[in-house]
Each structure stands twice: as C-alpha cells, then as structure tokens.
Design a protein around this ligand. Structure first.
Ligand code: MTE
Ligand code: MO
Length: 198
C-alpha cells in the first residue's frame, strides 16, 4: 500500500483521479498571460467561423437561450495543480456546432486579447466541452475568464480559453499561443503531454 504525500484522507475519494506529476489544490489559482479584460455580458459575443469563411454568431441572450448544463469536473493545469469537482454552468459546444456546416478537422479557439489555443474539432464535440458563464453558483469572475470561457476539462487547462469570443474551424492544424512556443500540441494530462517533446 502506498500513500501519496499530502494526499492522505481524501486519497480513497479521489483515487485514480490525479494525473501523473500533478498535486491536488483546494485554491483556484489565476493564470493569465496578459491583463484581465473586463467585458460586460451585454457586450459579449461568440462567433464560429468555418473554413469557407461563413460565420455564426451568438450574443449573451442567444447563448443563455440554448440548453444550459451543470457540469462538475476535475481540472488539470500544466503548472501541476489539479482541482477536483469544479462546478460550472454553461452550454455544450455541441449546441453551437449542431447547425454549422463544416468539413474541418481542427479548431482554433480565440479569447479576448489575442489568446488562441488549438485542438482537434472532435475534442470539442460529443459532450466534451462547454462555454461556461457560472462557477460554483456565481457569475464567472473576470480573473477566471468571465463573462464566458471555454471549459475542455479532459485536456490541460491552458486549452480552456478565458474571455472566449470565437472559434475558427480549420482544415489544417494551427498551433495556438502556447502551442507555438513549446507546449504540447494536444495536451492530454493522463499522458503527461506538457511540452512538444513529451
Ligand atoms: N484568454 C486566455 N485564456 C487562458 C489563459 C490566458 O492567459 N488567456 N491562460 C490559460 C492557462 S495557462 C490556464 S492554466 C488557465 C487558467 O485559468 P484560471 O486562471 O481560471 O485558473 O486558463 C487558460 N486560458
Ligand atoms: Mo496553465
């Protein structure tokens, strides 16, 4: 029998839920590459652009009219903290993509301020990703990406773009902000895909 240091007591409850090289934290660290934009909900919008240049846009009210889901998931940051049972409310990416005609295999997610991150389109489909506006029962704070951020919990948390405002569907894979400076292109925490060389 082995006990992970600093992880006693809760080890049975979270058994098997800590990816390699990670430690659990109760706090919710803020990691932003630049200043925090303050965006009012009424000024927010989300635009999906297809490989052919077609656009589909939702404003706050239109997003809130889509089916809302409560999601409780574990999140894993590449800086090695993991947080269990984070509780969000938002809209599945499937609800946005269902009416979008596209042959794209890849997606680039855009956040206000120029942040981008890429992933295979299928990682945003079939209940694997959400646009979330509520954390722990409260409006998502600007520091954590409010009014709306992406949540794609099965990949390292840098893929969960804060202040999300767009999704570009592409035929070729295009590395995003961190991916183009050495972070792993895919970022599966269970395979410890931290850097390109992993
Ligand atoms: N727009 C934007 N999204 C972003 C980031 C950023 O700098 N800008 N940082 C990423 C990184 S590296 C992480 S770990 C998480 C941090 O989210 P948090 O600040 O809510 O913990 O957001 C990700 N999304
Ligand atoms: Mo991160």
């Amino acid at each position: 029998m082995s006990i992970t240091p600093g992880f006693q007591g809760r080890s049975h409850r979270f058994e098997g839920r800590l990816p390699p090289g990670q430690y659990p934290t109760e706090s919710f660290p803020v990691l932003s590459a630049g200043p925090t934009p303050h965006i009012r909900a009424e000024d927010w919008s989300f635009t999906v652009t297809t490989e052919g240049g077609g656009t589909h846009r939702w404003d706050w009210e239109e997003m809130m009219a889509l089916p809302q889901e409560d999601v409780t998931v574990d999140i894993h940051c590449v800086t090695r903290w993991s947080k269990f049972d984070t509780a969000w409310r938002g809209v599945s990416l499937d609800a946005f993509l269902s009416g979008v005609e596209s042959a794209a295999d890849f997606a680039v997610v855009h956040g206000e301020g120029g942040y981008t991150t890429n992933m295979p389109l299928e990682d945003l489909q079939e209940g694997k990703a959400w646009l979330v506006h509520t954390y722990d029962g409260f409006d998502l704070s600007p520091e954590h990406g409010g009014p709306v951020r992406l949540l794609v919990p099965h990949l390292y948390f840098w893929k969960s773009a804060k202040w999300v405002n767009g999704l570009r569907l592409t035929l070729q894979d295009e590395p995003g902000f961190w991916e183009s400076v050495g972070y792993h292109n895919y970022g599966d925490p269970w395979r410890e895909q931290r850097a390109w060389s992993d």
